[in-house]
Write a protein that binds this ligand. Sequence first.
Ligand code: IPD
Ligand code: CA
Ligand code: CA
Length: 255
Amino acid sequence: MELLDVAIEAAKKAGEVVLRHFETSIVRHVKADKSFVTAADMEAEAAILREIKKAFPGHSILCEESGAERQDSAYEWVIDPLDGTANFVNGIPLFAISIATLQDGTPTAAVVYQPVGNSLYTAEKGKGTYWNGKRVKVSDGGGEHAMITFAPGKKEKKRLNTLLGAAEQFVKSKRYLGCAALDLVYVARGGTEGTFFLGLNKWDYAAGVLLVKEAGGKITDFAGIPWTFGSSDFFIASNGVIHDDLLKLAATAAP
Ligand code: IPD
Ligand code: CA
Ligand code: CA
């Protein structure tokens, strides 16, 4: 099986697990960093790892819940088994499974699966971005109609508030969705015009950044320097059209 097929299979299996929990009772625990973890996070991660290890036992893995498993391989799987856990535990259906494969440190295959609504987003390097099998592109909208979103890390509340306060000088509207993988999906599929990432982890964005790039989007750091995977955890992903406006907004809260 190809990398992308395995990623899709794993994401769908995890989606079944997560949906089963969402529709019944949600048991939450608080992690050391005060974020929630649920049985759904753990079971979804186990389901994903089973699929990947069966197909590619020699590949390295980086998972949110169980950490890193390094092997002598050019390939690494970067996995968030449930992105948007705080939404999930509060009954808000904005959560997703995010799986990417890196080859020599660069994402080459990506899947984000939103189980509520059964939306599957996929990309392979050089082959475009697909939403349930249909090719998608970033929007061509400018600032006067633009909506942007924010994906902040836990220590970035102050910077987030600065950006939220200034956003409407540059765009029409703003949101904080609480699901980083979907922040990037909505840019990639031509919905929102841009998103700000503030100090998140690789598993939050490894799949989403490939979806944006393959859909024709632009990603830079807050100073406008082209972003490459791992260069910084602070970046702006956009449709390209409003990127300069977003850089002006970024300057109000540079890291
Ligand atoms: C969280 C989400 C959220 C972001 C948080 C992340 P999790 O991931 O992506 O959008 O603002 O900082 O931790 O914990 O639900 O996988
Ligand atoms: Ca996450
Ligand atoms: Ca997670």
